[in-house]
Design a binder for this molecule. Structure first.
Ligand code: SF4
Length: 353
């Protein structure tokens, strides 16, 4: 390919000029494009819209398992044999307390996720009441993931104060039938389009590591650009024993970073979130992702744990980034060391006794 002008690449992205396919493919796989130069160009775009801030998102899996859908990657699917802790919806008290905890852990956004294809009117009213309660009590943004929704249900959630809804596209249109047969890719696009129509912000993510080609990845990034979604969680597949995708191989960290760059360059204004699998697949290169993405999940995902929060806080601080939160990283780290000290005193008392 012709030599890449990195300054031009950044400038075009900031001006929302799309990439041609050849360049997009090279970003993913050509060694002629140096990773550090690419990240540096992408960082200019990230800085233009998000400075050096990071928004923490905390997921609460408010209902886990018992899902009638057959998504192959999901531990909660009816066809999964994964050993997960299945439960119907948590109590209101638990969900609200966990929102408060999320706020005190520095979260900018609290993401309530419930399993299932979609929810009935009664459940949507219940979730709406929870949103109202949380929004009137804590300074935290709320995102809801509640499956396939029609305009009426989306409007109820919006009226209750939901800041965003989440509905992932997960993969490309061509691959969708190979990961799920109980609903269609178009069902997912429809929910996203309806949410946009009524003025709800949309979070829609993808999962890398389910057999997709570089062309599929480019298509996903372009689809999300076309849908004008405000937030894109980029998940890297975490194998859970018992799910029906048999892929336990580790992804190459450089490839993961190149994918994040592509999503940022094609979606310059979107929240790009380093989502599930950041620890497993980025490994020692994790900090580099902060120069591309402006958001991450803290302390784990739907059915898998993540890094301990103090490790994540320290990593953000050490890399020179700040939090998009009322609470500073120094305060959060101080609280963590107080917590550790308090527990080591307890522990030493126990040992002496
Ligand atoms: S991804 Fe959602 S719809 Fe699919 S099986 Fe899991 S919980 Fe059900």
């Amino acid at each position: 390919m012709k030599t890449l002008n990195y300054d031009q690449l950044a400038e075009n992205s900031i001006r929302e000029v799309s990439l041609d396919k050849e360049t997009a493919l090279s970003i993913l796989s050509s060694k002629d494009i140096e990773l550090l130069s690419l990240i540096n160009a992408t960082f200019k775009v990230r800085k233009e819209y998000f400075g050096k801030t990071i928004s923490i998102h905390i997921i609460n899996n408010i209902q886990n398992g018992y899902c009638p859908e057959d998504c192959k990657y999901c531990a909660q699917s009816k066809n999964s044999n994964a050993k997960i802790d299945s439960y119907p919806i948590k109590s209101d008290k638990e969900i609200i307390n966990e929102a408060e905890e999320a706020y005190h852990k520095g979260a900018f956004r609290y993401c309530m996720v419930s399993s299932g294809k979609s929810h009935n009117a009664e459940r949507i009213e219940h979730i709406a009441a929870l949103i109202k309660n949380i929004k009137s009590s804590y300074k935290i943004e709320v995102c809801i993931s509640a499956g396939i929704l029609d305009k009426n249900k989306l409007s109820i959630l919006k009226a209750a104060g939901a800041d965003r809804i989440n509905h992932n596209i997960n993969t490309s249109e061509a691959l969708y039938p190979s990961i799920c047969t109980t609903h269609k890719y178009s069902d997912r696009l429809n929910t996203i389009q309806l949410a946009k129509e009524i003025g709800l912000q949309v979070c829609s993510g993808i999962i890398i590591g389910m057999g997709e080609s570089p062309e599929d990845i480019i298509e996903m990034a372009l689809t999300l650009n076309k849908l004008r979604v405000e937030s894109i969680p980029v998940n890297f597949f975490i194998p859970i024993e018992g799910t029906r995708i048999d892929n336990s191989s580790l992804l190459d960290p450089e490839y993961c970073l190149r994918i994040l760059c592509l999503f940022r360059l094609l979606n310059p204004k979107a929240d790009i979130r380093i989502a599930a699998g950041r620890e497993l697949h980025l490994r020692d290169m994790e900090t580099m992702s902060f120069y591309i993405a402006n958001s991450l999940f803290l302390e784990g995902y739907l059915n898998t744990a993540g890094s301990k929060r103090n490790k994540t806080y320290q990593m953000i601080k050490d890399a020179g980034f700040t939090l998009n939160s009322d609470i500073s990283l120094n305060e959060l780290l101080k609280k963590e060391s107080n917590f550790i000290e308090a527990h080591s005193i307890e522990f030493s008392k126990t040992v002496k006794n």
